[in-house]
Design a protein around this ligand. Structure first.
Ligand SMILES: N[C@@H](CS(=O)O)C(=O)O
Ligand SMILES: [Fe+2]
Length: 233
């Protein structure tokens, strides 16, 4: 796998180095099912399959609210959001209008839908051999589904010790919360990859790290490359 120097990573993010005392002293809590990965085809009846972005988006608010109201951990067996993802099978025909790539960036963040208060749905387009820095997710949960190609996820505990390194193929679903720890995500292959990310609630900035030094956090602005199919930067 080709890993580019950090200067090539997340150009969209304006960085300020800060101390992150709130992250210190927390111990990792593994709250997800082992391997935190599942496949779309598992336990889904053909009649229940959701096959369009519109239908998927229409069901997000209810699933997000239900998960929160019932205080269900993202990725748990009864997580309504994970269930919704598992029921959903999208083809490139459904998402290609959001799939903006830019060769000068490791990846682009393309907004598909948001209600600006409970969720944001993004399509991420990854150039070959590129990755994000290690980062957190200041929200209740992040759900990630691979739509095309391969996605590598390296996970860290809340002290930035590496705890897993896995590469997922099309259809795989992964979840993370700041209780689990942090991750970096990338495309380890030599062809483009596309992933679908749901954050609930939305966030504008996150912490990222150039190295595994927990003290050297950067505040990163999360900016979109396109919104609703139209380029915005
Ligand atoms: N959480 C990252 C994408 S990924 O690397 O998980 C972002 O929103 O830009
Ligand atoms: Fe992430």
């Amino acid at each position: 796998m080709i890993i580019k120097p950090f200067s090539r990573q997340l150009k969209a993010m304006a960085e300020t180095v800060v101390k992150a005392p709130s992250k210190m002293g927390m111990s990792p809590t593994v709250l997800l099912a082992p391997n935190n990965i599942s496949s779309t085809s598992r336990r889904v009846n053909a009649k229940d399959i959701i096959g369009s972005i519109q239908e998927f988006v229409a069901q997000i608010p209810h699933a997000v609210k239900q998960r929160k109201d019932d205080d269900i951990e993202p990725g748990a067996f009864n997580d309504p959001v994970a269930k919704l993802f598992r029921k959903t099978t999208l083809s490139p025909h459904d998402w290609h209008r959001y799939a903006w790539f830019d060769e000068s960036l490791p990846y682009t963040r393309n907004l598909i839908a948001t209600d600006r208060k409970t969720y944001t749905l993004l399509l991420l387009c990854w150039n070959a051999g590129q990755e994000s820095p290690i980062h957190d997710h200041p929200c209740d949960g992040c759900w990630l589904k691979v739509l095309q190609g391969d996605i590598r996820e390296v996970r860290y505990d809340t002290q930035l010790n590496c705890v897993s390194d896995e590469t997922f193929g099309q259809g795989a679903l992964s979840y993370i919360t700041d209780h689990d720890g942090y991750h970096k995500v990338g495309n380890p292959s030599n062809r483009p990859s596309v992933s679908l990310h749901l954050y609930a609630p939305p966030f504008q900035r996150c912490l990222s790290w150039r190295t595994q030094d927990i003290e050297q956090a950067c505040v990163s602005e999360c900016s979109n490359f396109s919104e609703y199919g139209f380029k915005v930067r």
